[in-house]
Structures are given as structure tokens and as C-alpha cells.
Design a binder for this molecule. Structure first.
Ligand SMILES: *[C@@H]1O[C@H](CO)[C@@H](O)[C@H](O)[C@H]1NC(C)=O
Ligand SMILES: *[C@@H]1O[C@H](CO)[C@@H](O)[C@H](O)[C@H]1NC(C)=O
Ligand SMILES: *[C@@H]1O[C@H](CO)[C@@H](O)[C@H](O)[C@H]1NC(C)=O
Ligand SMILES: *[C@@H]1O[C@H](CO)[C@@H](O)[C@H](O)[C@H]1NC(C)=O
Ligand SMILES: *[C@@H]1O[C@H](CO)[C@@H](O)[C@H](O)[C@H]1NC(C)=O
Length: 528
């Protein structure tokens, strides 16, 4: 994450507190056609659809008098999963006779402009972005005279579509793409479709552990980056394209110019519409309008994760995310074995991975870095002399291929590093009883990116300010980016980190099976 990004995060944090309405999930069980996809993968839920046990018949609304009305399957601010959504002239169209029963469009979409301090109003959606249309109007606009053999001018985009409404502003960063967009996408889809993991009504969602396999999550057919061109959703190091292909290998990507093709096709004199049988719409500005993101977490994915975690539809130790983790690790040639457990297991092997940023702009003082590397090596040597299996990886990401980075970081038990994009690799760690992320800031600095993400996967997270450490719930209330935050002179007292690691391991060995830090219990958890 670069300087501008972090500044913007602060801006969003300041903007977000003021806003909007509270919504509960509109999850509904009614499904017009049952999804024809069933997976047969005995090891972990598939992101690819595994083996299709039947092929869906092509959908053709051309000769259908009644047009399917739009339903919302699941919703959190900024994340809305629709059945039977339409698009015409650039507006997403909700076909319904009862528009008041839908969430405010400002909590579903925006104009897609990049966010800044002064353009709140310009990002507010209007009916040019999202419109409610009655079935009668729809027939008048796009319907053919069926009795005379004409067809409706409505074309279906088969399968499952991800509609990403954000501009490149944040898409083109590994953290925002994988730990935000993909993380929230999978939380919402997995939670919405895996009907096997509803909690019994007598057990509070937070303490419910769902069964381990998702069998219903649909194959992603395409992702459409509505406001981004082909380079706008890709990051410098290349992880975004890598992750997209590894995780959703069947998905076709369309970008803004393809969207314009589709818009242009609907602007002809006779009028046309596109029909999405199943579409997840994601919008960052809409997520920030709710205080959970805007004021409390600065994480858009927090909305999707929370709505599902609160309902017990995803677990709190990252089993729901295993398919993505395994898909990435397998693609990289690493060990993607996943035993999905209902409680975190004690590992027999501790791998400390230091994401070494000395070759990049934001980094430790040179001497402090050398002292840290040698102190961790000494610690690991000492543990091994005591008969334990500890290992140290000093990772200079810029010297490794993408495959190597994924393989190396996915083995991690304890990840350590200066605040920065490299810590995004924490999403590859298979959570176990000792899993932890140790994030080094300049004293006084703090951000929630990796903190929230670690906790939401069932891992511990510690912040280090030179010789001081803190963890949930003792973090600063707000992000802070003091002078030197992004600079090359971040101090670190190595013995403090060594003591932290040893204390952490001792506490977790003797503590409960999972850290007592889940965001599902945070004070803002009822925001949505
Ligand atoms: C799943 O695959 C296994 C191994 O190929 C096979 O034995 C089993 O019958 C399959 N199950 C279903 C439900 O198709
Ligand atoms: C904020 O965004 C608007 C576009 O919505 C742009 O016109 C304006 O120049 C931007 N302001 C700043 C300070 O970047
Ligand atoms: C869409 O229509 C506009 C206006 O007619 C035209 O300028 C543009 O080239 C078209 N775009 C595409 C991708 O066809
Ligand atoms: C992965 O699982 C397979 C099958 O259960 C097993 O044979 C193999 O040893 C496992 N690999 C590792 C590294 O644990
Ligand atoms: C870092 O901590 C050490 C140990 O307490 C202390 O000696 C040193 O002055 C601190 N450095 C900074 C920059 O605060």
C-alpha cells in the first residue's frame, strides 16, 4: 500500500462516521430455479465448481411472457447478491412491484467515481445507476409482441457474474483485491449458498461451528470491472491477475469497454436489456457509507464477512476461506492439503516468516533489521536444540517469483513484518492454534488492514512500536499515519519481538483453542 492509499483510508475513515441506514440481511430461501451445480471434491470446497453433475439448460427469456422479478439473496452495505438483475442504458435495473422493500440504492451502488474528501455527492447513485422498473414497464420497454411471433429483447448472461463497480483507485493493489474484494466475495457467496451451515436456533451464531464442506457455492462465470480497464484491476507485482486465474479459472473477465458494448446495445431505438440470473454487485463507496466500514474497520470486506458470520453461515476460523487458500497454494505448486477442522489445531512445526522490506521504501533502520534477523535465527536455533521443530524464513519478496512467494508464505505459522502489502500473504496461512501476525509500525502509527483480516480468520495479531507491543482490544481507536510512517527509519527493538513470540506461543499452548479476538464480537458488530 502506497502513501496515497493510506491517506485516502484516513479520509474515508473521517467521512464514514456520519452516515446512513441500518440494514439486515434480506436472505431468502426462495429460489426460482434450483442451482444446477453440485460439486464432487472430497478434500475441500471447490472454487472452480469441481465436477458439474449436470449442465444447466440455456436460459432464454425471449419467448417468456412473465419476466422474473429481481430478488435479493443476501445483502450487506456494498455487497448485494441478486437473482434476476437487469441492465439497460448503463443502469442496473431491479424488476419489481415493491421497490420499498429493497435497501436504499446508496447502500448497494454508486456512480463509480474514485473517492475523495469533496466528492461525496458525485458518488451518490441516481436512477441512471440503479433503477426500479415494474414488470409492466419492462414489457413495454423490452418486450416483443409474442402473439405475433416477436421475441423479447432481453439477453441472458448465463451463470454467475461478479459486478465490480469500483474504479482502479483501490482495485490495483494486491491487498485490496485479494484481502478485500475476493475475501468479501467469497464470504458472501459461501454464506449465501451453503445451506448446510445454518446454526441451530438455540446456539448463538458466534459460537456455532459449521460443518466443513461447502457444496453449493456456484461457479463464477465472469467478473465485470465496470469502471476499470484491463490494467486498472491489475497490481504492479502481478498478484491480482494471478489470483483471479488461480481461484476462478473458468471466469471470463470483462472491463469497462466491454460494459460500454453492452450499454450501447441497449441504447438502440428499439431498446434492449441484459439479464443476470445471478449477480453479486460490489461497491466500495456503498460499503463506506455504513459506519462499520466508514468509521470502525475501514474494511469493505467486513460488511460481507460480518453479515454471514453473525448468522453462523461462515465459521470464525477460516474454514470458509479454505477453498481460496487451497486454490492459490495448489496453483503455486505448494502443499494445499487442508484438513478442515472445527477447532484450531496445535501445529507440530512452527514456521516464522519475516516479510523483509529492506529493499523497498518503507522499512526498518538498517541496524535494527540485522539485529532482528539474527535474534530470530538465535531463537529458532535455541528451540531446535530443545527438540522443537522451528524454522525461520527471511523473505525478500522482490527476489522471488510469484509462485515462490505463495509457496513460502503459505507455510507460515507466525508472520512478521513492517506494515505493508507483503503482509497480505497472511490470507494464505492455514490458521492453527499458534497462527499470528506481528505488524511493525513506526511508534504512534496504526492501520487496520492486516489487523482486522488476521482476526477475522481466527489468528492473533500484534502491533509493535519499537519496544512496545499491543493487541486486541488495546489498539488505538483510529488509524494513524505519523511522520515517518512510510519512511526508511522505523525503529525496532529486536528483544521485544523475541519475547512477544515466546509469550504468544506459551499463552496459546496453555490457552483456549482459539484467540478471544473475533471481530464478530466487536462493539460495532450490530452496525449492519
Ligand atoms: C465423487 O467422486 C468419487 C471419485 O471419483 C466417486 O467415487 C463418487 O461416486 C463421486 N460422487 C458423486 C456424488 O458423484
Ligand atoms: C475529487 O473527485 C472529483 C471527481 O468526482 C474531482 O473532480 C475532484 O478534482 C477530486 N478532488 C480532489 C481533491 O482530488
Ligand atoms: C458506444 O457508443 C458511443 C456513442 O455512440 C460510441 O462513441 C462508442 O464508440 C461506442 N463504444 C463501443 C465500445 O462500441
Ligand atoms: C497431503 O495429503 C496426502 C493425502 O492425504 C498425503 O499423502 C500427503 O502426505 C499430504 N502431504 C503433506 C505435505 O502433508
Ligand atoms: C527503542 O527501544 C529501545 C529499548 O527500550 C530504546 O533503547 C530505544 O531508544 C528505542 N528507540 C526509539 C527510537 O524509541
Amino acid at each position: 500500500m502506497g502513501y496515497k492509499i493510506s491517506r485516502r483510508e484516513v479520509v474515508f475513515a473521517l467521512l464514514g462516521g456520519c452516515c446512513f441506514y441500518l440494514f439486515t440481511s434480506l436472505a431468502t430461501d426462495s429460489r426460482r430455479t434450483s442451482l444446477p451445480l453440485r460439486f464432487n471434491d472430497t478434500h475441500f470446497p471447490a472454487t472452480t465448481g469441481g465436477y458439474l453433475t449436470s449442465q444447466p439448460a440455456p436460459l432464454d427469456l425471449g419467448l417468456s411472457y412473465s419476466l422474473p422479478q429481481t430478488e435479493i439473496i443476501a445483502h450487506a452495505p456494498g455487497w448485494t447478491l441478486f437473482r434476476d438483475l437487469y441492465m439497460s442504458k448503463g443502469a442496473l435495473v431491479l424488476l419489481t412491484n415493491s421497490s420499498p422493500s429493497f435497501p436504499d440504492i446508496a447502500l448497494m451502488t454508486s456512480t463509480g467515481l474514485p473517492g475523495n474528501l469533496t466528492n461525496d455527492a458525485e458518488r451518490m447513485p441516481t436512477e441512471r445507476d440503479m433503477a426500479f422498473v415494474t414488470p409492466q414497464e419492462a414489457r413495454a420497454r423490452w418486450g416483443g409482441k409474442l402473439s405475433r411471433g416477436e421475441r423479447n429483447r432481453i439477453l441472458t448472461l448465463e451463470g454467475t457474474t461478479l459486478l465490480y463497480n469500483d474504479p482502479p483507485q483501490f482495485l490495483n493493489h494486491y491487498f485490496h483485491f485479494v484481502a478485500e474484494l475476493m475475501f468479501g466475495t467469497w464470504a458472501l457467496l459461501f454464506g449465501a449458498f451453503d445451506r448446510t451451515i445454518s446454526p441451530p436456533s438455540t446456539i448463538p451464531a458466534a459460537s456455532f461451528t459449521p460443518p466443513l464442506l461447502s457444496t453449493n457455492t456456484p461457479t463464477i462465470t465472469r467478473a465485470i470491472f465496470i469502471h476499470s480497464d484491463g490494467s486498472g484491476w491489475r497490481d504492479g507485482p502481478g498478484f491480482n491477475g494471478y489470483a483471479m486465474r488461480a481461484v476462478f479459472p473458468s471466469a471470463t473477465v470483462e472491463t469497462s469497454i466491454d460494459w460500454v458494448d453492452r450499454i450501447n446495445a441497449t441504447k438502440t431505438e428499439m431498446g434492449r436489456a441484459w439479464h443476470f440470473p445471478l449477480a453479486l454487485l460490489v461497491d466500495r463507496s456503498a460499503a463506506f457509507r455504513n459506519p462499520m466500514t466508514g468509521a470502525h474497520t475501514q474494511r469493505t470486506a467486513a460488511q460481507a464477512w460480518m453479515v454471514m458470520a453473525k448468522q453462523g453461515k461462515i465459521d470464525l476460523i477460516g474454514n470458509w476461506w479454505a477453498s481460496i487458500r487451497a486454490a492459490l497454494t495448489r496453483y503455486a505448486g505448494g502443499d494445499s492439503n487442508e484438513s478442515l477442522d472445527s477447532e484450531l489445531q496445535m501445529p507440530d512445526h512452527v514456521v516464522i516468516t519475516y516479510i523483509n522490506r529492506q529493499g523497498t521504501r518503507r522499512h526498518l533502520r538498517g541496524a535494527d533489521n540485522l539485529a532482528l534477523v539474527s535474534a530470530i535465527q538465535d531463537l529458532v536455533d535455541r528451540k531446535n536444540r530443545q527438540g522443537k521443530k522451528w524454522e525461520f524464513q527471511d523473505v525478500h519478496a522482490e527476489r522471488l517469483s510469484l509462485d515462490e512467494q505463495i509457496r513460502v508464505t503459505s507455510r507460515t505459522t507466525i508472520m512478521l513484518g513492517v506494515h505493508g502489502n507483503g503482509l497480505t500473504h497472511l490470507v494464505l496461512m492455514k490458521p492453527n492454534r499458534l497462527s499470528a501476525v506481528i505488524e511493525i509500525f513506526i511508534p504512534g502509527g496504526f492501520a487496520r488492514d492486516y489487523e482486522w483480516t488476521s482476526r477475522s480468520l481466527g489468528m492473533s495479531h500484534y502491533s509493535v512500536w519499537n519496544d512496545t507491543t499491543f493487541t486486541y482490544p488495546h489498539e488505538p481507536p483510529d488509524p494513524a499515519y505519523p511522520d515517518g510512517f512510510h519512511g526508511p527509519s522505523i525503529p525496532l527493538h529486536a528483544p521485544t519481538v523475541i519475547k512477544l513470540i515466546e509469550d504468544h506461543v506459551a499463552a496459546r499452548e496453555n490457552g483456549p483453542t482459539r484467540p478471544n479476538n473475533s471481530p464478530v464480537d466487536d462493539f460495532y458488530a450490530d452496525d449492519i
